[in-house]
Design a binder for this molecule. Structure first.
Ligand code: A3P
Length: 313
């Protein structure tokens, strides 16, 4: 007769595919996306224990697409709102990452560093999880999701720089690029991540914004975000307060600390421009990204032209 252990081995699903990514260790593929194992555990905790409130605001993003900027903008929009009352801390004292906690690790990780029950409304959270990983109740809760995305070439270049700086690695850009194209990066594949939020845009309270639109027409897009949140705010002040220079200088002046991921806060501010890929990628690499976009986004109405809008350096 089988022992319980042997029996379990027979009925258990095969272990998830695993892979080692450039620099910082193991990744597991879960429902088509690559994450560190602790993210998968946290996803389960979120689905089981996070009850979205109608006033919740979720800032969703793929890493390196403008997360820090969106956190700053949303905090500043609320701070200068004449219609939504909140008594949150603000950027005079804190880094945007300290103002907006990360759902999957800081709130629902194995050892949460923050207590969700102590956060006052409107609660603003950030996540790198794909939409399909978030609780189904999000759709009916009335809470709002803002998704920021960015051209894959600049996203990749930003990611490559960050990991080289953070870990002092010397991985070749070609090797790193091949992993990015395969999807083997945190929260990857990039193209699938973007597609999920694209398909939900303008429904289920999902606002889709691009880094390039924010750079090209900051006032117009800050107003769009504020309108989506249902609040009137001081648009010019928000744009100024959250400019790359202001955020980077404030971060330097505070000489502050380290994000939960181990990234020093000042590493979130590198160049802050559109089109830096031209300094790093070949035309062949760009062609490869275009081909993947054509294949993965085919029939969705999404293509790389959405990133061409009014972007300036
Ligand atoms: P670069 O590496 O291309 O400079 P994330 O916050 O998702 O990690 O993204 C980081 C990227 O956003 C970095 O891009 C960073 O410089 C840029 N960034 C941060 N704050 C910004 C701001 N206020 N305005 C424009 N870009 C900003």
């Amino acid at each position: 007769m089988d022992t319980p252990q042997q029996h379990e081995d027979v009925i258990s699903p095969p272990p998830p595919p695993q892979a080692k990514w450039w620099v910082d260790g193991q990744r597991i593929r879960h429902k088509g996306f690559w994450f560190k194992p602790e993210f998968i555990t946290a996803t389960e905790a979120i689905r089981a224990h996070y009850t979205p409130l109608p006033s919740d605001i979720i800032l969703a993003s793929f890493p390196k697409t403008g997360t820090t900027w969106l956190k700053a903008l949303t905090s500043s929009i609320l701070r200068h709102s004449s219609t939504i009352h909140n008594n949150h801390d603000h950027m005079d004292n804190l880094n945007p990452h300290e103002l907006v906690p990360f759902l999957e690790i800081e709130l629902f990780g194995e050892t949460p560093s923050k207590d969700i029950t102590k956060i006052t409304s409107p609660r603003v959270f950030n996540t790198h999880l794909p939409l399909s990983f978030l609780p189904d109740t999000l759709k009916t809760s009335g809470s709002k999701v803002i998704y920021i995305t960015r051209h894959p070439a600049d996203t990749f270049v930003s990611l490559w720089h960050l990991y080289n700086n953070k870990f002092g690695t010397e991985i070749s850009i070609q090797e790193a690029f091949d992993d990015f194209c395969k999807g083997l990066v945190p929260a990857g594949p990039y193209f699938d991540h973007v597609l999920e939020f694209w398909e939900a845009r303008d429904q289920d309270r999902v606002l889709f914004v691009t880094y390039e639109d924010l750079k090209g027409k900051p006032e117009e897009n800050v107003k769009r975000i504020a309108d989506f949140l249902g609040c009137e705010t001081m648009v010019e002040k928000v744009v100024e307060e959250c400019s790359f220079e202001n955020l980077r200088n404030a971060s330097k002046e505070r000489g502050e600390g380290v994000h939960w991921s181990g990234t020093k806060y000042d590493m979130f501010f590198r160049k802050g421009v559109v089109g830096d890929w031209k300094n790093h990628l070949t035309q062949e690499m760009m062609k490869e990204l275009e081909d993947i976009a054509d294949m993965k986004w085919s029939g969705s109405g999404l293509d790389l032209n959405i990133f061409n809008n009014s972007a300036s350096q």
